[in-house]
Design a protein around this ligand. Sequence first.
Ligand SMILES: [Zn+2]
Length: 160
Amino acid sequence: MLLTMGRGAGKNNLSKEELRDNKRERDAANYQRKRTEITRKNALAQIAAPIIACPCGLTYKNYKEGKRSHYKTHKHELWEEETEQGLVPLVCQKIKQANNTETARLFINNHYLDNNKFSAAEKMGYVAKFVRLLNKLPDKPPPPLRKVKLFIRKAKPDTN
Ligand SMILES: [Zn+2]
């Protein structure tokens, strides 16, 4: 009876090869079970994931894979490159008609088109040159100071 208990060669009357085959089968079954579990968990996470509006202008489903694949898109990489190089603030600093992110974006997009940069990949390859060109421009003059009128109200007399 003791001979059939425990593990290892000699303890359960199985040869080394049989033990190895058994272990291989157990491992394969465990792997399959875990894989199914992980696939199911990922599918559920994907369904439940909220949709995120990325500052790059695209949206993605906020779960591990969705986020990772979004970060690999050309459009997101372009946005990252532009942000890293400080393109929008630089345009606001140098270009008269760009006063905020929206007008700076308009200028940037027009400049890309004027220079035949149409795809995100083409634009990405151009960002460094764009920044160099902008840096050669003088800063735009500060906006004229606005006149501010001050009104002084007389305090109301106490009615009591
Ligand atoms: Zn993005």
